[in-house]
Design a protein around this ligand. Structure first.
Ligand code: SF4
Length: 214
């Protein structure tokens, strides 16, 4: 399948965002203020995936706008990136009460949207922010402290895990670690081999995870 045109990808992402905004398929739908579908460029080579919306995101419907979001923005700028260059979303699209970790059944129910977003975006690399995002793709035996900064590959898709920006609020020394990992991310994007193989990878990933959003 050819990579759809940018306008088509935008329309598909917009349609998914509308579906997410109306979704009540898990218990988080009854406690949220706003669903937080995701934001960014339909042409993004990099997709950032966090855990779930917090208080500020729940109030605005936009991912990473609270304190952790400011850290992310600062780190992106420090390596020459802006939000508009990337796509940013979360594992679950609605805020878990009191910012608890989303439950396995909530993650499972919401995953249809994440898979659909990734099938549209077909990013060159996915940056996993924190353990919840890492374990969603790689399982419970993985820990961010052990694999951060390492390129992982699954089903032809490349991933780079790093600390969640919220961790840098608690441990300011993590900020330079995340920055170092973002530089690795950029190196991976600029690897010509990775871009040349994009359509082959897309075909493989589309076949293996084709998910139809409702
Ligand atoms: S978290 Fe996901 S599945 Fe649950 S209500 Fe929100 S959009 Fe729907």
């Amino acid at each position: 399948m050819d990579h759809p045109a940018s306008s088509t990808r935008k329309n598909l992402l917009d349609s998914l965002s509308r579906q997410i905004s109306e979704c009540r398929d898990c218990r988080l739908g009854s406690t949220r203020t706003s669903a937080v579908p995701g934001i960014g460029s339909p042409d993004a080579e990099i997709c950032f995936i966090g855990e779930g919306p917090g208080r500020d995101e729940d109030a605005t419907g936009v991912p990473f706008v609270g304190q952790a979001g400011h850290v992310l923005d600062r780190l992106l700028l420090s390596v020459g990136l802006q939000r508009g260059d990337c796509y940013i979303c979360n594992i679950v699209k609605c805020r878990p009460p009191n910012n608890r970790v989303p439950a396995p059944d909530e993650i499972e129910t919401c995953s249809v949207y994440l898979y659909a977003q990734l099938a549209v975006l077909e990013p060159s690399i996915i940056c996993l922010l924190g353990n919840t995002a890492l374990r969603f793709f790689f399982g419970e035996n993985y820990a961010i402290g052990q694999v951060r900064g390492t390129i992982l590959v699954k089903d032809g898709q490349r991933f780079l895990p790093t600390y969640h920006p919220a961790a840098a609020l608690r441990n300011p020394q993590y900020e330079s670690v995340i920055q170092k990992d973002l530089l690795k991310l950029l190196d991976a994007i600029h690897d010509p081999g990775s871009l040349a193989s994009r359509s082959a990878r897309l075909q493989s990933s589309t076949n293996s995870r084709r998910t139809t959003a409702r």
